[in-house]
Design a binder for this molecule. Structure first.
Ligand code: HEC
Ligand code: HEC
Ligand code: HEC
Length: 315
């Protein structure tokens, strides 16, 4: 009995140390903008690969953040998020997310929108395309090739555009490609040239084209590298609140095919630059939850220059 009581007391005191810093939900809300890009503004995550945080126990959240920071819990996406958080930040964020409702209408709406992510198809080819969440392997590579005739003039026969202002499509996430085509068609992404190209395409055509280009191999980047760009890409900028690009575009710049996060490695420099500038000014606004706009708006002209050099130099 004494033993049980002792361990209960020990447990309680451990909890107390974990919660040594009092969290402020209001302050946490203010600090949660970066987290919202994946976990949602109210802690109901935007895609199945991210856990919900809404209504989670605060001490548990603090412990996970502490572990991500210390490296005892490892995750490529969370490590750069936690590394700069103070104990106070963690307590505030935990207070905010734990105070959010776990379920309800808003939560249900957020979690049923799985259009961003589809499971990986069997085999090693990640041809997962979906403009609709229903489609798991919607695209047909062969059919896509047959339909690609009118794309080659600008994007190259194998999706490796030779002209710097036209993006390479080869090896790009099929999910991402299909979304872009649908966005050009709906006007969510504005480009007069591409609008004309997609006007006559059905969603099957888009899935097929996406599948075809996704299985091509992207040619090596030709840009000159940049140490400053690399540093920003891997570490972000704490002072300015710039999330590290690595969190979504990956260590090698290959993106995350399932989540529809595009590959940027070896992409044409002029094209990359234009995208960062248009995200920054808001004229490209088809990124879910302002994911890219929130970041681009904090980048200076020279940050963009250096990042573009680095990304376009990747093989
Ligand atoms: C780029 C996407 C991304 C961003 C931004 C992000 N997270 Fe995460 N987070 C993840 C992923 C992915 C996991 C799951 C990691 C794993 O599989 O172990 C996770 C896990 C967590 C967990 C553990 C949840 C559990 O149930 O174990 C907590 C807590 C958390 N994140 C908090 C935060 C906070 C706070 C922020 C903002 C400072 C943040 N995250 C920003 C992607 C992200
Ligand atoms: C006349 C030249 C031209 C033709 C032909 C053309 N495109 Fe494009 N495409 C562009 C330009 C220019 C952009 C970049 C738009 C921007 O700057 O936002 C682009 C962008 C794209 C993107 C977005 C890529 C990314 O990384 O976000 C996709 C996907 C795409 N095109 C697919 C196609 C497909 C499929 C076809 C054939 C049906 C096609 N394009 C035909 C010029 C062309
Ligand atoms: C929280 C996730 C996230 C982070 C962090 C992030 N991005 Fe992105 N990025 C995206 C998503 C999602 C898109 C595609 C949006 C869409 O059109 O659907 C994108 C698109 C882009 C594009 C356009 C790609 C194309 O083919 O048109 C560029 C360039 C880019 N990001 C660069 C960066 C840079 C540089 C950083 C770091 C300073 C960064 N991103 C950080 C999620 C992220």
């Amino acid at each position: 009995m004494k033993k049980i009581l002792f361990s209960l007391l020990l447990g309680a005191s451990m909890l107390n140390t974990a919660m040594a810093v009092e969290g402020d939900a209001e302050a946490g809300k203010g600090k949660s903008a970066i987290c919202a890009t994946c976990h949602g503004a109210t802690g109901i995550s935007i895609a199945p690969i991210y856990p919900n945080l809404a209504g989670q126990k605060a001490p548990y959240i603090v412990k996970q953040l502490t572990d991500f920071k210390a490296g005892t819990r490892t995750d490529m996406m969370m490590a750069p998020m936690a590394v700069n958080l103070s104990e106070q930040d963690m307590a505030d964020l935990a207070a905010y997310f734990s105070s959010q409702p776990r379920s309800g209408k808003a939560a249900a709406a957020a979690t049923t929108d799985t259009s961003a992510v589809a499971p990986t198809a069997a085999g090693n080819v990640e041809v997962v395309t979906s403009t609709s969440a229903k489609a798991i392997y919607a695209g047909d590579v062969k059919a896509g090739q047959e339909k690609s005739g009118m794309c080659v003039a600008c994007h190259g026969t194998d999706g490796n555009s030779a002209i710097a202002i036209y993006p390479k499509l080869a090896g790009q996430s099929a999910n991402y490609l299909a979304k872009q085509l649908a966005d050009f068609k709906s006007g969510a992404r504005v480009d007069p040239v591409m609008a004309g190209m997609v006007a006559g395409l059905s969603s099957t055509d888009m899935d097929d084209l996406a599948a075809y280009f996704a299985v091509q191999t992207m040619s090596d980047g030709t840009g000159e590298t940049s140490a400053k760009g690399k540093k920003l890409y891997f570490g972000g900028d704490v002072e300015k609140g710039v999330t590290a690009c690595i969190a979504c575009h990956g260590i090698e710049g290959k993106g995350m095919a399932q989540a529809g996060f595009p590959a940027i490695a070896g992409q044409n420099a002029d094209y990359l630059k234009k995208q960062l500038l248009t995200f920054r000014e808001g004229s490209r606004s088809n990124d879910r939850n302002n994911m890219m706009r929130n970041i681009a708006i904090k980048l200076s002209e020279s940050d963009i220059e250096e990042l573009v050099k680095y990304m376009s130099s990747l093989k």
